[in-house]
Design a binder for this molecule. Sequence first.
Ligand code: PEP
Ligand code: MN
Length: 385
Amino acid sequence: MTALELDVTVRPRLRLALPQKDRPSFIEQLLPLAKENVSMIVVMRSNATEEELNAVLARIQEHGLKGRVTYGEERNIIGVIGAAIPPTLREEIERFPGVQEAVRITRPYKLAAREFHPQDTIVQVGDLAIGGGSFVVIAGPCAVESEEQIMTTAFAVREAGAHMLRGGAFKPRSSPYTFRGLGEEGLRLLAQARAATGLPVVTEVMTPTDVDLVARYADVLQIGARNMQNFQLLEEAGRSGKPVLLKRGMSATIEEWLLSAEYIIAQGNPNVILCERGIRTFETATRNTMDLNAVALARRRSHLPVIADPSHGTGKWYLAPPLALASLAAGADGVIIEVHPDPDRATSDGGQSLTCENFAALMPQMTALANVLGRRDARMLSARI
Ligand code: PEP
Ligand code: MN
């Protein structure tokens, strides 16, 4: 373990311990600093004087660094800009009167980093609170195919205990000759299923120009693995203000994944749910390799909720249940699973979709494991916020 890791993670630092209600405006205050690639932030006490602030700025300048002040309603913040931060600067600054705390920001992503925001971010979707020690189960077909298919699945997964419904209306497909989704009709069917079951829906948006349309129907926008680095799409989804489920690209590093989350948050939208969905490796026996390291590491490096997709992660329906359980054990804040009433006739991803019966059999195991791990149901947690 490097000294850097020790500094950031071993010592439990409940820094920037702002109440939940103060955090969105705090993120807005930090935005201009993140854009300047800030390396350290100094949070002044709410009663700090102008002289105390200037004294800190002067010391920062003595070190050949730039100090950038952002004035907030509650407190003022100084961002330290410059790469060569002396190792002892943080302690030095914290001894100044009027300083509440100083925090080093060492990662290239800033707003997505746990350094910036030590508490878990909780993404609120309807009555659900995703993140922060809860667990959420999202289930549904790969693609919305028909009214009967989506309604049957929605009722079945709700009955089994799922919290949210998934289903693609715009499908990214490797071949242009396969079923690519029902488009807006699929979105209408998802809205109908939500109205009938009360389950919030998540569905994929593939282009920046479709964001408005999809946001009108969906509770959560999904950005797929193939689009993880479609930066205009990330920004447009960020601007929509809707929660975004951001899948990890199949060949993306964890750092690239978190930098993509940064694009969304940098639009002032902190409601990002990360989703590990398996990566490409040398292994050909499974569609992808479920990277559970990434689940555990993303939770450590970032404050964002992390969920796992064992359906795409394995490509095999009979591997989805064990990997769903393993994901939960590895720290995932939830899972997203493909379920189809008749997988043999599915237009996409039938081979990795659970039947409604198999999904119903998995749910009690998920709940039992969640209890052992001390996780709360996302519905119960929301009641406490
Ligand atoms: C999906 O969720 O059906 C999907 C296409 O996922 P991914 O982008 O992870 O391949
Ligand atoms: Mn799929």
